[in-house]
Ligand binder design. Structure first.
Ligand code: ZN
Length: 688
């Protein structure tokens, strides 16, 4: 489904699996308001915990950099409603009606119903819509539709966002079935083979068209001889009207006009305070893209963006990820603004400087190796604001751009977001997870000593080198693996990282302190892939999300292939199941073997083999083990998913209105932030 050998990737941390780890970097300086009293935990509801992340170093930036970040952060927040609408065409109506009730209801707020209503609102905020952000299943309210109708009708209609003068009754008729009927739009994105993926997905990327029609529509556009193809379909909705299939482009003057116009306004201000001419050109080209919707301009922007490696402040803003689209073409709107973490970046620079060595020594068939690895730029960043698809659930690493040929010719930028992983680590300290699931004190000691470091290194290797290694054989279609492409690509990058974590070269490069450290990541990866990530799957369900499928695939495959030698096994102790690694050397060999096979599948475009690998090892769940893991996990009372609130930036102005400083504060809670965003950054019509 994805864009060939390389694609944009976002790594999500498996929250809850890093209990007790000590973070490597110490961002705390009292100057930044980040000391031992910093509250990492903000809110807890349903299966979610909301955290807060520190932005160490912000106060030490120059005024110009602070202002730049401020403008870019405004641009990052303006796109929020685009994502909501992309996820489902009823999302904005449902959210605004719920918020209208939440802010204006005068009745009894001490009831169970009201509390469930509040939780529901918090859940849909977290998911940017009515479908769970991770499982993509529709979130079913724990209050009745009768209760909902009553509270909606009790509020003064003048305070409610009913569309086009629609009355409460009409609005309820429209949204109640969507909210409450489990059979209507049950899944944001359906990946189950054998059905029309568009018809069975609730995303708002398509309307009135079949999968076949969309595929034909884009196949006609594509020219197989085009060496520099645009990312077809990235910025549009496909609609059939009067029998004609056409695109509604997301641009100024097109679909999402109002939000995009505001984004452009902030970007124009940002261009005025850019750090250098190159960065200014990046921002201006992005503005051109938003104005024209021209995908050639987007490529032009991507090339300029990837080439700008010297600016201190950086950002992503646009239609980027294609994970939410069952056909892997449509970009979900996202934004992240950041600045470089100089100290930690030395680590990734070492990796990048040795990129060719890693490629040459990779255990894959030489035919699939790149003779020249280029353009691997890597840095560790400090996130300053998260927006769109990066908020509240947040990636910990990003690798862009997505376009195959741009990556091949111009390289890619790869980042690890260390203040986010740091916040995860701090929030998870002493939560009992490792005590419950790790086999013995040996593994727990390893984890304590090396867990954070090897975890960060795994992310670095995955992002800086993993996705960028290897090549397709001539004539192989980058989309050949279709719906399995995403999982296999993640597996490839993970395996690359795992294989090299155990390489003595990393000790030689001083990236790891000794030859024991990698075992920590090996153990945790296996424990997670084979067992503990099941905490995120509901009973009776299979694994669907690409990153989770990839981790299950790797863990289950090596367990089976290493069975004869008992390399990694399940062991029982007091009726509890544990993962035990008996032979770390052989485990590394197995990672290498699987890497070679996944690379072969990718390079040859071997769809059948890829499908078999994913379906055999990456999808199914052992119901007995699943039940046990869920029961043990439940006792810990941890939230399987984490989201974040953003810090608040405020300009300080002098008598003439000139900005003299930007302050940062961390005291906004989850509800206040969501409601404020809905007030300040919500200009789209209810239905688009
Ligand atoms: Zn990845």
């Amino acid at each position: 489904m994805k864009k060939g050998l390389f694609m944009l990737t976002t790594i999500f941390l498996l929250a809850g699996c890093n209990g007790g780890k000590k973070a490597e970097t110490q961002p705390a300086t009292t100057d930044d308001g980040i000391d031992s009293t910093f509250e990492y935990r903000v809110d807890r509801f349903a299966d979610i915990e909301i955290l807060r992340y520190p932005v160490p170093g912000f106060n030490s930036l120059s005024l110009q950099q602070k202002v730049l970040i401020y403008y870019l952060s405004q641009a990052a927040l303006e796109g929020r409603d685009i994502l909501w609408d992309q996820h489902n065409r009823y999302n904005l109506t449902i959210r605004r009606v719920c918020e209208g009730v939440y802010e204006n209801y005068m009745g009894d707020k001490s009831t169970e119903d009201w509390k469930n209503f509040e939780t529901y609102l918090k859940q849909i905020w977290m998911a940017n819509g009515i479908h769970h952000h991770y499982s993509e299943d529709k979130i079913l309210p724990k209050f009745s539709k009768e209760y909902f109708s009553t509270i909606v009708k009790s509020v003064d209609p003048g305070r409610m966002p009913f569309r086009d003068g629609m009355a409460a009754d009409e609005t309820l008729t429209e949204i109640v079935p969507v909210m409450f009927d489990p059979n209507i739009m049950p899944k944001r994105m359906n990946q189950a083979a054998g059905v029309d993926l568009i018809k069975t997905s609730a995303v708002n990327f398509y309307e009135g068209v079949t999968q076949k029609e969309v595929e034909n529509f884009y196949n006609k556009m594509k020219n197989p001889n085009d060496a520099t193809p645009v990312s077809y379909g990235l910025n549009s909705k496909v609609v059939k009207k009067d029998g004609v299939v056409a695109e509604q482009v997301w641009k100024q003057g097109g679909m999402y006009d109002k939000a995009i116009t505001r984004i452009i306004g902030w970007l124009e201000k940002a261009a005025g305070v850019a750090e250098n001419e190159q960065q200014k050109a990046v921002i201006n080209t992005l503005i051109d893209f938003y104005k024209t919707g021209d995908l050639k301009t987007f490529d032009d922007y991507s090339i300029k963006w990837v080439s700008d490696t010297s600016s201190y402040v950086d950002f992503v803003n646009g239609f980027i990820e294609t994970y939410a689209d069952p056909l892997g073409m449509k970009g979900s709107w996202e934004s992240i603004v950041n600045f470089k973490n100089i100290e930690a970046t030395k680590r990734t620079e070492t990796i990048s400087a040795n990129a060719q060595w890693f490629e040459d020594n990779s255990p894959i068939d030489p035919r699939f190796k790149k003779s020249e690895v280029k353009g691997v730029s890597a840095k560790v960043i400090t996130a300053a604001i998260l927006g769109g698809d990066c908020y509240p659930a947040t990636p910990i690493g990003i690798n862009l751009p997505n376009s195959n040929w741009i990556r091949a010719q111009h390289g890619s930028k790869s980042v690890t977001i260390e203040n986010i992983t740091y916040a995860y680590d701090k929030a998870a300290e002493g939560n009992g997870f490792n005590e419950e699931f790790m086999w013995s004190d040996d593994e727990r000691t390893l984890s304590k000593k090396y867990g954070s470091l090897t975890d960060n290194l795994h992310t670095d290797l995955h992002e800086c080198l993993g996705h960028g290694s290897g090549k397709l054989l001539p004539g192989v279609d980058g989309d050949a693996l279709k719906a399995y492409g995403s999982t296999l690509e993640e597996a490839r990058a993970d395996l690359f990282a795992l294989y090299y974590l155990g390489d003595p070269k990393l000790v030689e490069l001083k990236l790891l302190p000794d030859n024991e450290a990698y075992k920590s990541e090996y153990y945790e990866y296996m424990m997670n892939g084979a067992m503990t990530q099941l905490t995120r799957i509901k009973p009776g369900k299979t694994i669907e999300e690409a990153h989770m499928r990839n981790r299950a695939l790797i863990a289950n495959w090596v367990m089976e292939k290493g069975k004869a030698d008992s390399v990694v096994v399940f062991k029982q102790k007091e009726d509890k199941t544990y993962v035990v690694v008996n032979d770390y050397d052989k485990l590394r060999d197995l990672f290498g073997k699987l890497l070679a096979e996944v690379q072969r599948i990718k390079s040859e475009g071997d769809y059948e083999a890829g499908k078999k690998l994913v379906e055999t090892y990456g999808v199914k769940v052992d119901p007995k083990l699943h039940k046990e893991v869920l029961a043990r996990y439940e006792k810990l009372n941890l939230a399987p998913y984490k989201g974040f609130v953003n810090p608040v930036y405020k300009p300080v102005t002098d008598a003439n209105g000139k900005i003299t400083d930007i302050t940062i504060s961390y005291d906004e809670n989850y509800i206040d932030q969501q409601l404020r965003y809905s007030r300040q950054y919500s200009v789209l019509p209810l239905k688009n």
